[in-house]
Design a binder for this molecule. Sequence first.
Ligand code: MG
Length: 305
Amino acid sequence: MKRWIVVFLMLAVGAAWAADSQPAKAKAGEGKAGKAKAGKAKSAEAKAGEAAEGKEAKKPELGFSDTPMLPGQKWHVHDVARPQPPVVAPGTCSTQEAPGKAPSDAVVLFDGKDLSKWEMDKGGPAQWKVENGYVEAVPKLGGIRSKETFGDCQLHIEWLVPEGTQGQSQGRGNSGVFLMGLYEIQVLDSYNNPTYADGGAGAIYGQWPPLVNPCRPQGQWQTYDVVWIAPRFDGEKLVSPARETLFFNGVVVHHDDVLNGPTAHKKALPYKPQPPTGPIALQAHGNPVRYRNIWVRPLKGHDEP
Ligand code: MG
């Protein structure tokens, strides 16, 4: 009996050893793979370390000073000494439901809350109606203008003609955005509303019709994104006229168009010397047009801080 027990125990131990030996082999294999992986990881780490040491030893080339001079500029091609552009956090786009955010370096003239940065054209606090995140023209009170003045600039402004606005031609949803207080971009309900070509929405009023008419219907927000180059004067003399680029609802409608002078109704006015900056002004023209999300970025030249 004892002998049988001994045999049984020997067999059991043998089976246990055999069962354990397979994983052991596998583990040994894993060990090899693991070692291989570790080896690779180590070599990658070592490489990274070597690269880092290399970087420390030699900084990457950011530019050159032995390249040709750029014609008309004081810089070499890829000039290592050329100033870096200032960093700006971009804004966000608006939707019909909500206005977007202005870029980080913009002067926000109206963020939906109050008209503290505006005054009446005739002076005194701006009294247009502010509600629901927009400002609405109160025509009988007259126009409003920004207290701060601007020359060359990027302007973003959104406008809406309320649903149900009646009238035809110039009498339907008429307002206007004036650069430097003198140069009007027409605001009008130009959706299925013919008028003279240089007086529709997006026109440089009385001078240049928009290239196309991308106007949305009443009750929808519309956007103007303007690049404005102010006129230059040397004393009484005009050195260079104003120039304007306009994206209307994201569609280019003016591309570097040159203005003849201040815009006017049934007149072609010549330039008169004026200060280098002027206000952004909004026209009261008999219709309760709404505005929101108004911001300006004064523009400098290249390489200026
Ligand atoms: Mg107008």
